[in-house]
Design a binder for this molecule. Structure first.
Ligand SMILES: Nc1nc2c(ncn2[C@@H]2O[C@H](COP(=O)(O)OP(=O)(O)OP(=O)(O)O)[C@@H](O)[C@H]2O)c(=O)[nH]1
Ligand SMILES: [Mg+2]
Length: 469
């Protein structure tokens, strides 16, 4: 629930059906493009040029100021991210902490008087998305979900053999914890797993990640699956829970503390959003194969569950009363967008259309089953870093991050070159014909001029959607 600073203003907005500030959640797993999206978006809002970001006839952002962020989260490091792009010509670093950005827009629509609109966004390390399933679940339910998704995936169930045999043979607490962490470490090595929960194993509350030169055995010693060495917990199946009631009590208590400290602040913010946009990196999922598809779909479903909280008018009214409903009504997400990011990594308009149809196929069923007023599908590249060249053979030009031997090319040594990415299929491939997809990573292409936002494609449609233009 959000208690506004200005209660009277809030009540008026509520009665008039206006929402201000407008809270827009941008979510996605690690490397889906959230930080780059927000950085490019802020640059476009701050230096709005209708030719670079077309928001419709006569629509212009006259001014965009940054407001102080709330005490709950640190401010989004916009200047730092933008200067990383502009001065170093490299992508911003992976996100290690939750941060917030609040903007005040002065928006002009045609001949109407300019209106003021406040917007709120949040950025977070994508690894935390794996923990979203904790939000409305107790320890037992979380355990069943985690073990269910391990079992449902061929690759994970293979990696979890040792863990399974230790819990089935009723190993002691420390053996179970060590075996679970070893499994998480192996899952991370195999494909930088998206479903590692508790996510502090990958990124702890101080933002520290596992040492890159480590092994699952080493990480199992120096990483925790809980808030600290003495507060770790692992998922246990029903039968084992039944036999180990004391241990389950301990895990349940640690789990609740973890959920309150790591998951709740983020999920509460997201639940209270007006709109939610889920970013999916389709080129990466195609290149990663069916296991990555399974992970990403599971994450998208966990995120969509957050949106599915329509308890009905009467239920809410009973909960908070009439005045409460006007002032702090539990808000619900009214609009969802599913966005296929990094569309500059594919080479034709057909491929871009197929990106959209793949995100649609991945999420459509779940979307139809949840209580949300509107949803839509988008494709975008928020920092266009390639240009299309070939005519008969679809070919791109960009500064490649890796050479043909997979060695990283230093940024200052990379020069624009031509390459042919894979084609994007119209439908998700079946296991046997998944094939090898390749969408080479490129360095960003960005103007060094401070007031020139990155070249984008598709961002304008998304901004029109959340501003209701
Ligand atoms: N070509 C291209 N690559 C992009 C674009 N946006 C993001 N990327 C690539 O995707 C990577 C990840 O983008 P981020 O914005 O850092 O992803 P994130 O979702 O914030 O990831 P976490 O911080 O790990 O949660 C970048 O380092 C780029 O390599 C884009 O518009 N075009
Ligand atoms: Mg990030």
């Amino acid at each position: 629930m959000r208690i506004k600073e200005n209660l009277l203003g809030t009540a008026c907005n509520r009665i008039m059906g206006r929402r201000s500030p407008l809270r827009i959640a941008i979510v996605g797993s690690q490397a889906s493009g959230k930080t780059v999206f927000l950085t490019s978006l802020i640059a476009h809002l701050q230096h709005h040029d209708p030719k670079a970001l077309n928001l419709g006839k006569g629509v212009e952002i006259l001014k965009c100021e940054k407001l102080k962020s709330s005490a709950k989260f640190s401010p989004f490091p916009y200047e730092y991210n933008r200067s990383t792009l502009v001065h170093n010509n490299v992508w911003p670093a992976k996100t290690s902490a939750v941060s917030e950005v609040r903007l005040r827009l002065n928006l002009k629509r045609g001949k109407r008087k300019p209106e003021q609109l406040d917007l709120e966004f949040l950025d977070f390390p994508g690894e935390r998305a794996a923990d979203f399933l904790m939000s409305a679940r107790n320890y037992n339910e979380w355990s069943d979900m985690v073990l269910g998704s391990i079992q449902a995936d061929r690759c994970y169930s293979e990696l979890a053999r040792e863990f399974n045999s230790i819990i089935e043979s009723r190993g002691d607490e420390s053996e179970m914890i060590a075996a679970y962490k070893k499994f998480l470490g192996q899952a991370m090595i195999q494909r930088y797993s998206r479903i590692i929960t508790p996510s502090v194993f990958l990124i702890d509350s101080k933002g520290k990640r596992p040492d890159s030169g480590g092994t699952p055995e080493l990480w199992s010693k120096d990483r925790f699956c809980g808030l600290s060495a003495s507060e770790q917990f692992v998922p246990l199946p029903e039968g084992v829970r039944f036999q180990n009631k004391e241990l389950v009590k301990k895990f349940e208590k640690r789990y609740r503390k973890y959920r309150g400290k790591i998951v709740a602040p983020l999920v509460n913010w997201l639940e209270d959003a007006d709109q939610m946009y889920i970013l999916l990196d389709i080129p990466q999922i195609l290149a990663g194969g069916f296991s990555m598809y399974n992970d990403e779909q599971a994450i998208a479903e966990r995120v969509l569950e957050i949106c599915d909280q329509d308890k009905g008018f009467w239920h809410e009214l009973v909960q908070v009363g009439v005045l409460g409903w006007l002032l702090v009504k539990p808000s619900r997400i009214r609009r969802i967008g599913i966005i296929a990011t990094k569309s500059d990594m594919v080479a034709t308009n057909d491929d871009i259309d197929n990106l959209e149809s793949l995100v649609r196929q991945m999420t459509y069923k779940k979307l139809r089953g949840i209580a949300v007023k509107a949803y839509d599908f988008f494709t975008c590249s928020t920092v266009m870093s390639t240009e299309l060249i070939g005519n008969r053979i679809p070919c791109l030009r960009g500064r490649l991050v890796y050479d043909e031997n997979g060695e990283q090319v230093a940024e200052d040594a990379s020069v624009p070159e031509e390459f042919v990415p894979s084609r994007v299929p119209e439908h998700w491939p079946q296991d046997k014909d998944w094939g090898a997809f390749s969408f080479p990573e490129v360095y960003p292409k960005i103007s060094a001029r401070r007031d020139t936002p990155p070249h984008q494609e598709g961002l304008d449609r998304i901004v029109r959607s959340f501003l209701g233009l």
